[in-house]
Design a protein around this ligand. Structure first.
Ligand SMILES: C[S@@+](CC[C@H](N)C(=O)[O-])C[C@H]1O[C@@H](n2cnc3c(N)ncnc32)[C@H](O)[C@@H]1O
Length: 353
């Protein structure tokens, strides 16, 4: 329905959904955790289950279950028929079993929920004011390797969900020109370095990351038997004068630049340009808000921007492709190829001008 023509009563209903959005969200978290969604879904085929059947099966009080299921029904997560039987709706099904929804939901609950409370402060102060809910760091990246296991797991699951799937496709592009030395900027857990080593036996990788992450990445690559071929260098791109050496055939930045403000991105790209020869390829992979086919993907990216604002660093976001192209040009790069990868990503192959 065009929003302008929405009836006042419907708009009022939508406004209440927003006013109570955290209630619906926490209800969803609880129903998942308590195994209620699974139980209802398992019984969908036999025409649903009653409140007392669910309460008995899951050892919950009817009171507790009733408050959760009442709002879940109003939010179209479960349906209730005339015989008092609950079934999972399509929305409930996606909330329970869709992998993207699962990583987004766990990321929201474990990494962002408490920090988002400080969003207004973050906007006013230009700082990740919510980060204190996780730890006492300047950015979340400094603390990644020290996060409690469940929070760390949800952070990495979110990060990996949006990059794992496209690495295989990207490897074909990376190895077209048989690079011998690749710099992985923001190598994180070493996942891409591992895939490169498995894909091509001549490649050597040098990972650049903050100390805690770098250690994790090098432990992982060493454990996989690639200790000789994967080296690492500590770097903090927010320090005074970060530098990387020359000599790479390929410089790889996957979902890395979105961790920085535009000014910082310009500085990073200019530093990379100084380390590049005429044939060096700089490969940038990002999920851009102006390159999404589906509304749910654009919405996910917009929410991710708020995570950067309130929790991660206070000054970065998910950018438009046009913004990154302008920054690359300003840094002395030319975007030679512009390739869609998978459902969400865009890969730029850049050369020095
Ligand atoms: C979102 S992760 C991307 C990881 C990986 N490249 C991928 O595609 O999944 C960003 C990476 O950048 C690193 N990073 C963030 N801020 C940094 C900084 N100031 N200096 C160095 N590395 C940083 C983080 O530690 C993390 O490994």
């Amino acid at each position: 329905m065009p929003k302008k023509n929405m009836k006042a009563i419907d708009a009022l209903q939508e406004a209440q959904k927003i006013a109570f959005a955290p209630f619906v969200f926490q209800t969803t978290v609880a129903l998942r955790k308590l195994g209620v969604f699974d139980y209802i879904f398992d019984n969908n085929a036999k025409g649903g289950v009653t409140l007392s059947e669910i309460a008995k099966a899951k050892s919950l009080t009817e009171y507790g279950l009733s408050v959760l299921l009442e709002i879940a029904e109003s939010a179209d997560i479960v349906s209730l028929d005339g015989d008092g039987k609950y079934e999972l709706t399509k929305i409930g099904y996606f909330l329970s079993y869709n992998p993207m929804t699962e990583v987004n939901l766990n990321f929201t609950q474990d990494v962002c929920y408490q920090g988002l409370f400080h969003l207004t402060d973050a906007i006013e102060e230009g700082k990740p004011s919510g980060l204190k809910e996780l730890g006492n760091w300047k950015t979340v990246y400094e603390g990644l390797s020290q996060l409690p296991p469940n929070i760390q797991q949800s952070w990495f699951a979110f990060d990996h969900f949006y990059s794992d799937g496209i690495f295989e496709e990207a490897l074909k592009i990376v190895f077209r020109k048989n690079p011998k030395l690749l710099f992985d900027i923001g190598g994180n857990t070493g996942k891409f370095a591992l895939q490169c080593c498995n894909y091509n036996e001549d490649i050597s990788i040098r990972i650049f990351d903050l100390p805690g992450q770098l250690k994790k990445a090098l432990d992982n690559t060493k454990r996989a038997g690639f200790g000789e071929r994967v080296q690492g260098t500590e770097i903090d791109w927010l320090s005074e004068n970060p530098q990387i050496p020359t000599g790479a055939d390929t410089i790889w930045m996957s979902q890395f630049l979105d961790c920085f403000s535009k000014e910082e991105i310009l500085k990073i790209l200019k530093t990379a340009v100084k380390a590049m020869g005429a044939d060096t390829e700089l490969i940038i992979i990002e999920t851009y808000t102006d390159r999404q086919k589906f509304g749910n993907a654009k919405f996910t990216l917009e929410a991710t921007s708020l995570y950067f604002t309130a929790i991660a660093n206070g000054n970065s976001k998910m950018y438009k492709a046009t913004e990154l192209i302008d920054l690359a040009n300003a840094a002395g790069l030319e975007v030679k190829e512009d390739i869609n990868l998978g459902e969400f990503h865009t890969l730029f192959v850049c050369k020095k001008k």
